[in-house]
Design a binder for this molecule. Structure first.
Ligand code: UDP
Ligand code: MG
Length: 353
């Protein structure tokens, strides 16, 4: 990672932040979204036309196996505002958004989903709040239309657990749909962490933040791309990245169990001494005790493993993503320094062979 001090190059005065003609970057990660893309582009086009500044629409193809990439190529050929990044394989939604942030050049950056669950028509409202002086404007769901209970209930519980455990105040029911000022994007780009739980990082950075409320529409077309496994991984990432309380949990349970053990010891001694001939069988109690403590130990090792595994991934220092195709960006030099360095190194190595 480059090591220049945060913000020093980018600090702007309030006056500049409220400049009337900013350049907007709109980032959309796409993974097998061939059915949504035409309608997405139609609605994005209307929004882009209505904005008062220059716009770039950054589509990040997260290793799609359908016609997504060829649709992006077509869009890019017909509209110079469209640029795209294409990953060599599926790296996941959070990484796709991070790549978009690396390449975005706008003074204002907006992140939204490709399936039109985040209505593009809300973008002007987000921008209005930015003009009022907010650097982070996140869209908060008041309702989720036509989403199953199996998705809504775990999400509902998770956001509330996270809010209680996390070191920073992460607002409930907010996804990645948000607007970020350039200052915030620069800070996020400088963060070296691999497990990028963006809605947490977005809260962590601070600045002036506000919410815009909206009702989340159903997915426009196609299947949900966030499978249960991916959602669970994201949730664990959120918890592990923003809280050390799970690590302490085994200490607490261990302490409680040792206190219980001392009491049990005293109780048994009392029975033996005071009640002559007491049978004191308790086979079931012993089995439950053994299984319970065994389970607690295994879960504790598992929790520890979550943290250690993340240290391992971080230390390996592999690039966050590999690009196989990039198009439509006017200048690439300043952005994604790691990616470019990796590309140069790779080229040199191939030449040597
Ligand atoms: N997505 C992605 N990579 C993935 C999974 C999803 O880029 O591995 C994109 C997907 O194309 C969509 C967004 O992330 O634009 C949200 O995905 P989805 O709508 O399936 O999730 P949900 O609405 O359930 O959060
Ligand atoms: Mg969706």
């Amino acid at each position: 990672m480059t090591n220049f001090p945060l913000l020093s190059n980018h600090q702007r005065t309030n006056h500049e932040v409220m400049a009337p003609s900013p350049q907007y970057s709109l980032i959309i990660p796409v993974f097998n979204e061939e059915k949504s893309i035409p309608e997405l582009y139609r609605r994005m086009q209307q929004v882009m036309d209505s904005l008062d500044g220059t716009v770039e629409l950054i589509l990040v193809n997260d290793g799609s196996s359908d016609r997504t990439l060829s649709l992006l190529r077509e869009l890019q050929a017909q509209d110079s505002r469209v640029c795209y990044l294409s990953f060599a394989r599926n790296f996941g939604h959070q990484v796709a958004v991070s790549a978009g942030l690396n390449y975005a050049r706008g003074l204002v950056v907006v992140i939204l989903d490709a399936d039109l669950q985040d209505p593009p028509e809300l973008i002007p409202e987000l921008i209005d709040r930015w003009r009022e002086g907010y650097q982070v404007v996140y869209a908060q769901r008041t309702k989720r239309h036509q989403e199953s209970w199996s998705k809504r209930l775990p999400a509902y519980i998770f956001y509330r657990v996270l809010k209680n455990l996390a070191d920073v105040d992460i607002p409930t029911d907010t996804g990645d749909f948000c607007l970020l000022d350039r200052m915030v994007v620069d800070v996020l780009n400088e963060m070296p962490e691999r497990d990028r739980y963006l809605r947490g990082l977005r809260s962590w950075v601070g600045f002036q933040q506000t919410a815009v409320f909206y009702e989340r529409d159903p997915r426009y077309a196609g299947e949900v791309k966030y499978t249960f496994g991916k959602s669970l991984t994201l949730a664990i990432n959120g918890l592990v990245s923003f809280s050390k309380i799970p690590l302490r949990l085994s200490t607490y349970i261990g302490l409680a169990a040792s206190i219980a053990a001392i009491f049990m010891g005293i109780l048994i001694l009392y029975w033996r001494l005071q009640i002559p001939g007491s049978p004191l069988t308790g086979f079931a109690t012993i089995m439950i005790g053994i299984f319970f403590l065994g389970a607690v130990q295994l879960v504790s090792i598992g929790i520890l493993g979550e943290y250690v595994g993340r240290i391992y991934e971080q230390v390996k220092g592999r690039p966050l993503y590999i690009l196989s195709e990039v198009a439509g960006f006017k200048s690439l030099e300043k952005y994604a320094p790691d990616q470019e360095k990796f590309r140069e190194k790779y080229k040199e190595e191939s030449k040597e062979k």
